[in-house]
Design a protein around this ligand. Sequence first.
Ligand SMILES: Cc1cc2nc3c(=O)[nH]c(=O)nc-3n(C[C@H](O)[C@H](O)[C@H](O)COP(=O)(O)O)c2cc1C
Length: 255
Amino acid sequence: MEEMGRVLAGVGSGEVEPARVYHEFAKLDGVRFPAPVGRFPGLVKRVRGLREVKLPSGRDVAHLLKGGLAEIIVRRRSRREYGPGGVRLEELAALLHFSVGIWGSKYGYLLRPYPSAGALQPVEVYPVIGDVDGVEPGIYHYDPSSSSLKLLRAGDWRGELMRIALDQEHVGEAPLDLVLTVVYARTRWKYGIRAYRYVHLDTGFAAQNIYLVAEALGLGTCAVGAFYDDDLSDLLGIDGWNEFPMLIMPVGRRR
Ligand SMILES: Cc1cc2nc3c(=O)[nH]c(=O)nc-3n(C[C@H](O)[C@H](O)[C@H](O)COP(=O)(O)O)c2cc1C
């Protein structure tokens, strides 16, 4: 408690950064045990889209992944320039299935390819599509429970997404971008304030999968963390607190 008092006083005087306060409050050391918060929003977000695009099953697109794990890990880079041509629907399906898809369930929880605090899996993926064969441009939500994309907003929104990402050209030039959000309410329900640490870790695990699976598919991606949060929330139609944006990942053909 004394330590906490010193920290809070330091924030007031400008000597301690606010992140330190969060860090102290979120520790599991008995100073303040995090309490669960709010109503549980469910393990999977389901939205009503304007239209639905069914994805081929993970098993049907598994053959598109090439290379051994060590080779892929060593080859992984953040790629900001892409080769000509769009991305095929099968490639997008493989990218989603093998990085963040649902592959089963156990004790009422879902099994996915990345670890997650409490198996609550707060990460949601919104493909912003410009050039994917057979899919009309638009902002979609990926529903892993039905292996489908739900169209939220029709049109090519990559230019607006690039503006939101501080005019980073790779965001506008890629055939598609994956926007990763977290349903913070899902993890906060169990872990209270400590959830703010966990959702960032979960996103990191999911994003690394996207990097590695993209490499295995002959595609390239880049984690983009610089963006105007509120504008991005507005673009996706999320409230920016119970669910908020974490990363933009442009995806294109590897050069
Ligand atoms: C949290 C985070 C935020 C990042 N934000 C950006 C970004 O806004 N724009 C960008 O071009 N790269 C961004 N990157 C990519 C890094 O610049 C890149 O990972 C780093 O230069 C190392 O290169 P490598 O990924 O090829 O190993 C980000 C990476 C992380 C992990």
